[in-house]
Design a protein around this ligand. Structure first.
Ligand code: TTP
Ligand code: MG
Length: 242
């Protein structure tokens, strides 16, 4: 049968509770297993808000978000969590060990799986360099690791959970360009038959995406591949040149 992990937003309009105007208007797109869909747009365009509707951090006022053809509003939250991993824009770590942080929600993962995930996330070196390795303690809020290290641990945590759908919200921004490139190459292998949705600031992160959605003021104003958008989208051209 078909691989699970088809994400569909169907005419989605969403306003935050108490807000007068919607932050997302009439959003429609489909992301399929094996595809990488990128979302780009200026700050405040609604990228984070858009991602938040799939794991049901909020429910839209109009339209539907579907996972494998089923509206997420009718699904069990635990079921969604099993199938969708969100790496948030502000990645969080729990006080506890690195191992505890990586296994969160996936207690049966082996140590080897943890190291593989760390390797893909470009985080194995700094963990290996720590005296206690996977057993090293993360302080409350993860203040004893750098922003880039925190991002890598949160990416590794998502990989350990082996979801069908990955949501990366600006997850590569704290990485230098070379590390970003290495990470995405490694990621391609491990996420090959999953659905990947990436919010990115850096154009180089998304040039190979199957489809790029250009978000402006809560609307998808253009969509296409990098090459198509360079030729057709003034908004995309502005972002590329900025
Ligand atoms: P975001 O969805 O956070 O916009 P963004 O992710 O595109 O921006 P950035 O590149 O800076 O990460 O916000 C869209 C609008 O929604 C913005 O006006 C702020 C508002 N908003 C809330 O009111 N409550 C929230 O919890 C969030 C996340 C956003
Ligand atoms: Mg955001």
């Amino acid at each position: 049968g078909a691989l699970a992990g088809v994400v569909e937003y169907r005419n989605v309009t969403f306003a935050y509770p108490g807000a007068e105007s919607p932050v997302l208007s009439n959003i429609s797109f489909t992301a399929r297993p094996g595809q990488t869909i990128a979302i780009i747009g200026s700050t405040g365009a609604g990228k984070t808000s858009l991602l938040s509707l799939l794991p049901r951090l909020y429910d839209p006022a109009e339209g539907e978000v579907l996972l494998d053809g089923v509206p997420v509003s009718r699904m069990d939250r635990a079921d969604i969590t099993r199938r969708v991993a969100l790496v948030p824009q502000r990645p969080y770590l729990f006080s506890g060990t690195i191992e505890h942080n990586l296994r969160f929600g996936k207690t049966e993962a082996t140590d080897q799986e943890l190291w593989e995930a760390l390797q893909v996330a470009q985080g194995d070196e700094f963990v290996r360099a720590k005296k206690n390795g996977l057993g090293s303690r993360i302080s409350q809020g993860g203040t004893n690791v750098s922003g880039g290290q925190r991002q890598r641990l949160c990416i590794a945590r998502a990989l350990v959970s082996r979801p069908r759908v990955y949501l990366f919200d600006d997850s590569f921004s704290a990485l230098d360009v070379a590390t970003d490139a290495r990470l995405r190459t490694a990621l391609k292998g491990i996420t090959a038959d999953a659905t990947v949705i990436i919010v990115a600031q850096r154009i180089s992160t998304i040039t190979e995406a199957d489809q790029i959605l250009v978000l402006d003021n809560g609307r998808i104003v253009d969509r296409g591949t990098h090459q198509e958008l360079l030729e057709t989208s003034p908004t995309y051209q502005e972002i590329v040149e900025s």
